[in-house]
Ligand binder design. Structure first.
Ligand SMILES: C[S@@+](CC[C@H](N)C(=O)[O-])C[C@H]1O[C@@H](n2cnc3c(N)ncnc32)[C@H](O)[C@@H]1O
Length: 185
């Protein structure tokens, strides 16, 4: 990933989602789950923006330990961080008002072994952890809007596409990052 794209996928993506949540006047105490939280920085930014009920899961214990260490350094003590495989969650995850995903569906859906099965498991897990009417905000640098709408056509409806920078190549205009908001039916 180029430096510019990496920044676009990092800070810009977090700002885009946080701005959307604030514009929608989403209550600061909504139960929010970050799927594949990695170093937890997105949750730390959300906590600094005033959100209070934040959970992050990752199937990598190294990532969760790192996220805990960064949160402690940043003096953000309220995060619930746990090691869990989103495709086979144990213990069972509770239900959330909002799920966010930045790059995790990309990683899972491009896995070399059984990617189609994993995409389907992801869709089922997402449906079970989101409350009815809950929102799913996904940022992807691998899938187009049309492809994501197709992946989540069962059980979800797309509410909004968030504007992302466009590029022009060979006379065609495209987006290097796709950011969509879905609602669980
Ligand atoms: C591309 S990274 C994105 C991390 C973070 N969301 C960010 O934006 O920096 C994908 C993350 O998903 C995690 N992951 C992959 N498969 C997972 C699964 N089945 N369950 C939970 N986390 C998973 C990886 O360990 C990794 O931390």
């Amino acid at each position: 990933m180029s430096k510019a794209l990496s920044k676009r996928f990092g800070e810009e993506s977090m700002d885009r989602i946080i701005t959307w949540l604030e514009m929608q006047k989403i209550s600061k105490d909504v139960a929010l789950l970050d799927i594949g939280t990695g170093n937890g920085v997105f949750l730390i930014e959300l906590a600094k923006s005033g959100f209070t009920n934040l959970t992050g899961i990752d199937n990598s214990s190294t990532a969760v330990e790192l996220a805990k260490a960064i949160a402690e350094k940043e003096e953000v003590m309220s995060l619930k961080l746990q090691v869990a495989d989103f495709l086979h969650p144990f213990p069972k995850l509770s239900q959330y008002d909002i799920c966010i995903d930045k790059g995790t569906f990309d990683a899972i859906s491009l896995s070399p072994d059984h990617p189609a099965e994993k995409r389907s498991l992801y869709q089922q897990s997402l449906h079970s952890v989101l409350k009815e009417g809950g929102m799913f905000l996904i940022t992807s640098c691998n899938w187009t809007k049309e492809e994501l709408v197709n992946h989540f056509s069962e059980g979800f409806e797309m509410l909004q596409e968030l504007p992302t920078p466009k590029f022009q190549f060979g006379g065609k205009i495209g987006n290097s990052v796709t950011a969509l908001v879905f609602r669980r039916k």
